[in-house]
Design a protein around this ligand. Structure first.
Ligand code: MLC
Ligand code: AMP
Length: 502
């Protein structure tokens, strides 16, 4: 099995001057240029003291150079640990404390806030969005490193933090096998080749933008039209000269709002992929009515990369996520007994295969509790497999909100709110949101005799939680509804505040 790094080198040898990155208004960057930068960055990593197995934590703006840093990390056998640019200093403290990286790479603009982290075991370097920063400066002066650390399929390639039900984020450890096998399955399933031109508008610190979109492109020898963020009008402009778009459902909701979305403007495109959160069946149908193209919905998770996909040829069914990818097994089990259920019965979705992660960093007990004895990973999603063989996700067993494709665990937000002066308790819920799918919402009970203003709560959270985790609305109530066991009835709260973002 080839690693993603080896896939890239193979593609670079064939594609050479062909652009890997195209950016509106900026020069494109070829496969050969990218390879040279990767090899220079690999040499710099050696100089910094990075050894195989070391973690490299990276919180930088989206750029081709950031992808080169990812590939250089794989080349030297280190572990890539990308972090959402929205994370606050307090959140970064936790990730660095937990993962103990050898190197932390931040944006030049945030260096002053992170310089104090540098010490004997941790180096701090910078990488900017305009090919600037200390890593790039150092890369100019080194001899490129051509050899690669001989990473095996079971060696660790990346750690992606995903928030946890306990409020503590968990680092999902992914191996070279996880990444490479998933890329291979997706290339085949979606007929993705060197001919493709992908509109890449996702962030590159998550599975979707990095391990699906970028890994597929740089393995296939394709070109990425690399955009800093998603803008529906810009995406429509680019469609005449592109072939594939991969996005979260919010991309499609926003595209549908544009009058310019039509058969004509999408005629050059061969594939629209949606995932990371449920795509509304009505959006799927509306998109097909407007463009004549059926969005291909797929299902994945940080811990498992991609699990299932609607077919390329054959029906792409609204509300379904398709069949397990080749080499991957999916089953649905009873929530109480763990028994495997028959078709059409609703239960926990479990998955097994070369895509499933090694485990959570430094959390053996948590890891063990999420795997069955026969090796299946319990996703925490609820679903059913229909008589037609398609998997449908019907809900979540985990208390999780997905806002614009970002996961927010209510527990983490509740803990931050409950720690504020004057707060007795809180409940955080996801409510239907016309743009983001779900909107993070807090329902707060003040201590007796205290008057709290929702804005005080929002302001107090600003430097504690990343922006996307902060409640879009805060409601003050006298008490929370509870069942006889004393458990907060979140379903009742979701019903009470259902129309908040309608
Ligand atoms: C931005 N904001 C969000 C938000 N994104 N708030 C809640 N949820 C989000 N997802 C904040 C901004 O900070 C801003 O706050 C305000 O909301 C409005 O911002 P915006 O300009 O409308 O947001 P935009 O930049 O357009 O981003 C929206 C988005 C983006 C949906 C395009 O969030 C996005 O690219 N999401 C993709 C996430 C993703 O890649 N998920 C994959 C995870 S992997 P203010 O107050 O400053 O104005 C995974 C596995 C799998 O799940 O299966 O793929
Ligand atoms: P993350 O931890 O960010 O990787 O998010 C993974 C979760 O996103 C899954 O467990 C699902 O709950 C959800 N998800 C991903 N793709 C889909 C989809 N197509 N439909 C519904 N939920 C999805």
């Amino acid at each position: 099995m080839q690693t993603i790094y080896e896939n890239f080198i193979q593609a670079a040898e064939t594609m050479q001057a062909k652009p890997l990155f195209e950016r509106p208004g900026e020069p494109s960057i070829s496969y050969t240029q990218t390879r040279e930068l990767v090899e220079r960055l690999a040499a710099v990593l050696g100089e910094v003291g990075v050894a195989p197995g070391d973690r490299i934590a990276v919180q930088v703006e989206k750029s081709p150079e950031a992808i080169a840093l990812y590939l250089a990390t794989l080349q030297v056998g280190a572990i890539f640990l990308p972090l959402n640019t929205a994370y606050t200093g307090a959140e970064i403290d936790y990730f660095i404390g937990d993962a103990a990286p050898r190197l932390f790479v931040c944006d030049p603009g945030t260096f002053a806030a992170h310089a104090h982290r540098a010490g004997p075991t941790l180096a701090v370097e910078t990488l900017g969005a305009t090919a600037d920063g200390t890593l790039i400066e150092r890369a100019r002066g080194v001899t490129p490193r051509e050899d690669a650390h001989p990473s095996g399929p079971d060696d660790r390639a990346a750690i992606l933090y995903t928030s946890g039900t306990t409020g503590r984020s968990k680092g999902a450890v992914l191996t070279h096998r996880n990444l490479a096998s998933n890329t291979e399955a997706l290339l085949d399933c979606w007929r993705f080749t060197a001919e493709d031109r992908l509109i890449h508008a996702l962030p590159i610190f998550h599975t979707h933008g990095l391990f699906v979109a970028a890994n597929m492109s740089l393995t296939a020898g394709a070109t990425m039209i690399f955009l800093i963020k998603f803008d529906a009008e810009q995406a429509i402009d680019l469609m005449a000269d592109a072939s594939v778009l991969m996005g979260v459902p919010t991309f499609y909701t926003r595209l549908l709002k544009s009058d310019r979305l039509s058969r004509e403007t999408t005629a050059g495109m061969r594939l629209f992929v949606s995932g990371s959160a449920p795509l509304l069946a009505e959006d799927h149908r509306a998109f097909q009515d407007r463009t004549g193209q059926a969005i291909l919905e797929r299902y994945g998770m940080t811990e498992t990369c991609m699990i299932a996909s609607n077919p390329y040829d054959g029906a792409r069914i609204p509300g379904a996520v398709g069949m397990a990818l080749p080499g991957i097994s999916v089953r649905v089990t009873d929530r109480e007994t763990g028994a495997v259920l028959a078709d059409e019965e609703i239960g926990l979705i479990e998955v097994k295969g070369p895509n499933v992660f090694e485990g959570y960093w430094n959390m053996p007990e948590k890891t063990a509790s999420e795997f069955r004895k026969d090796g299946y990973f319990i996703t925490g999603d609820l679903g059913q497999i229909g008589k037609d063989g398609y998997l449908r996700i019907v809900g979540r067993d985990k208390d999780l909100v997905i806002s614009g494709g970002y996961n927010v665990y209510p527990k983490e937000v509740e803990e931050a709110i409950d720690a504020l002066p004057g707060v007795l308790e809180s409940a955080v819920i996801g409510l239907p949101h016309s743009d983001l799918g779900e909107g993070v919402t807090a329902v707060v009970v003040p201590r007796s005799g205290v008057v709290l203003d929702p804005q005080q709560i929002t302001a107090a959270l600003a430097d504690r939680l990343a922006r996307f985790k902060q409640p879009k609305r805060v409601f003050m109530v006298e008490s929370l509804p509870r069942n006889v066991m004393g458990k907060v009835q979140k379903a009742e709260l979701r019903r009470l505040f259902a129309d908040t973002y309608a």
